[in-house]
Design a protein around this ligand. Structure first.
Ligand SMILES: NC(=O)c1ccc[n+]([C@@H]2O[C@H](COP(=O)([O-])OP(=O)(O)OC[C@H]3O[C@@H](n4cnc5c(N)ncnc54)[C@H](OP(=O)(O)O)[C@@H]3O)[C@@H](O)[C@H]2O)c1
Length: 348
């Protein structure tokens, strides 16, 4: 076959505020020869689906600014967790037709060298879990919920979580809805918030005890009525965190998982820091990759089975072309996705 055009999403400029489709991220083509391009001991893959996650915004920054994930390189393709099907292989452990999970470019095709392959996982065929879900509740976002929940669980040895109260902000996304289901299964009272009625309805269906729209309800009024909280699972930071602090119980726990309120603008100040001492609150900054070694084996033994049996519910917002990726990335920042945002480029 003659070389073909391979579209890719390129990091074109560092945004101030929200990323601008067509300016921050642009689509460019490169030529690729699927039959003859050298693989360097690696594989040629076709990307099946790519995850769009909130943290991608934090990677659109100056390279010298430190963070937990490296900055994207200007004028190069952006990349993220994805599932890809192997087309050709020069690696004895990886066969054509197998599906890999790992970081791939926002592209249709990619050559991954032998070094890159070491960081990939071979997914099981015929597990009953759609490939797109392996980047959602069956992938990094689900792991965030599962591992984070495990980190809260040691308390269980001393006292049961059952009967405790948790507030989960941004609860309808893949992380939040997984935490919700784990918390309900453990017998907690769950307070959950989101910014759209469809999301709130989903949370009610999952069994949340208290559901509210954070854009229209007063958070402090909600917490006055339904708190104090044993656990706050924080996806938002800023004013939300500030409002929650005085509504924690003595010895309450806060897991800082994300800060949606400041990915695109300066963070709001948190004033109520005196509550840490008064209430002896424990707060933990949590990053999924720090816990991968400890929990990933258990995660893949437990969670895909739950998904396949319909025991773990989720929603997805799917687009089917790379051209739509820059807008989907913006939609996630602005709350216009409902559930896991994913770009599906191939069906198998
Ligand atoms: N620490 C880690 O290792 C780790 C790993 C994965 C994800 N995370 C974090 O976990 C959180 C949830 O991730 P996800 O993939 O499940 O995301 P998601 O819910 O699919 O998408 C993000 C949602 O955040 C909400 N949002 C946007 N701006 C907001 C604001 N100012 N205040 C409150 N909510 C706002 C929007 O929903 P609404 O309609 O509700 O506004 C949007 O849909 C994010 O903060 C993410 O960065 C952390």
């Amino acid at each position: 076959m003659a070389p073909i055009q391979n579209s890719r999403v390129i990091f074109n400029s560092i945004p101030e505020g929200y990323p601008v489709p067509g300016e921050t991220l642009i689509i460019e083509n490169e030529s690729i020869d699927l039959d003859n391009d050298p693989l360097g001991g690696g594989v040629l893959v076709q990307i099946v689906c790519i995850s769009v996650d909130p943290y991608l915004r934090s990677r659109m920054r100056e390279p010298h600014v430190p963070s937990y994930a490296p900055a994207f390189t200007l004028h190069k393709p952006i990349h993220n967790h994805a599932v890809a099907r192997v087309l050709r292989s020069e690696n004895a452990d990886v066969k054509p037709g197998q599906h890999l999970y790992g970081w791939f470019d926002f592209a249709h095709y990619q050559i991954v060298d032998a070094e890159g392959l070491k960081r990939m996982r071979i997914l099981p065929e015929g597990s009953g879990v759609p490939w797109s879900v392996y980047v959602g509740v069956g992938g990094m976002p689900g792991q965030t919920a599962y591992y984070g929940w495990k980190e809260l669980e040691p308390k269980k040895a001393r006292r049961h979580l059952s009967g405790e109260t948790i507030y989960i902000s941004t609860a309808a996304g893949p992380v939040g809805c997984t935490v919700m289901q784990l918390a309900k299964a453990a017998g907690l009272k769950v307070i959950a918030s989101a910014g759209q009625e469809t999301k709130l309805q989903f949370l009610r269906e999952l069994g949340a005890d208290v559901v509210f729209n954070y854009k229209t309800a007063d958070l402090d009024d909600v917490l006055k009525e339904h708190a104090p909280l044993d656990i706050y699972w924080d996806h938002v930071g800023g004013k939300t965190l500030d409002t929650v602090l005085p509504r924690m119980k003595v010895h309450g726990r806060i897991l800082i998982v994300g800060h949606m309120s400041s990915y695109n603008n300066a963070p709001d100040p948190v004033y109520n820091l005196d509550r840490f001492l008064a209430l002896r609150i424990k707060m933990l900054g949590f990053l999924v990759i720090d816990h991968d070694e400890k929990y990933s084996k258990e995660f893949y033994e437990v969670v895909p089975g739950k998904i396949a049996r319909g025991e773990l519910k989720y929603n997805e917002t799917v687009v089917r072309s790379l051209e739509e990726a820059p807008q989907l990335i913006l939609d996630v920042q602005q709350g216009n996705n409902f559930g896991k945002a994913v770009i599906v480029l191939a069906d198998d």
